[in-house]
Design a protein around this ligand. Structure first.
Ligand code: GLP
Length: 260
């Protein structure tokens, strides 16, 4: 696990975009796992800039999003499909048929979840998964107590998540109670994971995920089990890390490390 502490949110976004660009340079037909929420907005802005100004090409890319609210169709302004379309997809050249976001309106959720898992497998698995973190330490919608081996499934949101996400809706009662989400196990199967966090409000979740025990109570702590995961944090989100100096030391010493 690597911890990269950046001065500002903009630096977090740029550093994460660099990893995405490197992935696409190495593998133009990479499979990207994408996240929603306010955190990755800066990353998506930077990717759009790189596409427009530097020709970063998404024409062979496939995407799988982490999660969706149950009950919201694609064209609902609060649906994650709509979010992705408005904030990324419509601005880049990823073919629409290569975009996968879990359906919030499936007839048979069990069958849909299995299909989603099968689709990820069919495309050869996710090369790079982008993650945010909830204030309770969740990734995607894997709320506390989610199995660390869970797969894509229906998940009931906690009140804390409903409260956190109420800011995007007219009123709290409009926030769906159920979601469909990739499981922690699905996420851990990706080749590489990058988790972005900014702001003081994430500091507790971040320290628990990085320095706490691996626990289903903080599903982001499962990243400790992954051989290639990077946390990109701004200063306030990193504010409670005990090993902070060591993480900075590692980054400083990186250029001289043997084999790099
Ligand atoms: C939701 C999403 C998560 C996201 C989290 C944090 O719960 N399902 O994927 O990481 O919100 O959102 P934000 O980045 O807005 O703080």
């Amino acid at each position: 696990m690597e911890v990269v502490i950046c001065k500002t949110y903009e630096d977090v976004s740029r550093a994460a975009a660099q990893v995405v660009a490197e992935t696409l340079n190495e593998k133009p037909d990479a499979v990207l796992g994408l996240a929603t929420g306010s955190t990755p907005l800066g990353l998506y802005k930077e990717l759009i800039r790189m596409h427009t100004e530097e020709g970063l090409d998404f024409s062979h890319v496939t995407t799988f999003n982490l999660d969706e609210y149950v009950g919201l169709p694609h064209d609902h302004p609060q649906s994650y499909y709509y979010f992705m379309w408005e904030n990324l997809f419509k601005h880049i050249n990823v073919p629409v048929e290569n975009i996968h976001v879990p359906s919030g309106t499936a007839n048979n959720y069990k069958a849909f979840c299995q299909w989603y898992e099968d689709q990820i497998d069919e495309y050869g698995g996710i090369d790079l998964q982008v993650l945010g973190i909830g204030s309770d330490g969740h990734i995607a919608f894997n709320e506390p107590s989610s199995s660390l081996m869970s797969r894509t499934r229906l998940k009931t949101l906690t009140e804390q998540t409903i409260n956190d996400n109420a800011r995007f809706f007219d009123k709290k009662e409009d926030v769906p109670v159920y979601s469909i989400t990739m499981g922690v196990g699905t996420i851990l199967d990706a080749e590489r994971l990058i988790l972005l966090a900014n702001g003081e409000g994430k500091a507790d979740a971040v320290v628990a995920a990085i320095e706490g025990p691996v626990s289903s109570m903080i599903t982001a702590s499962a990243l400790q089990l992954h051989p290639d995961s990077i946390f990109f944090l701004d200063e306030p989100a990193a504010g409670k890390l005990q090993m902070r100096d060591y993480y900075d030391w590692i980054q400083k010493k990186k250029p001289g490390a043997p084999g790099t």
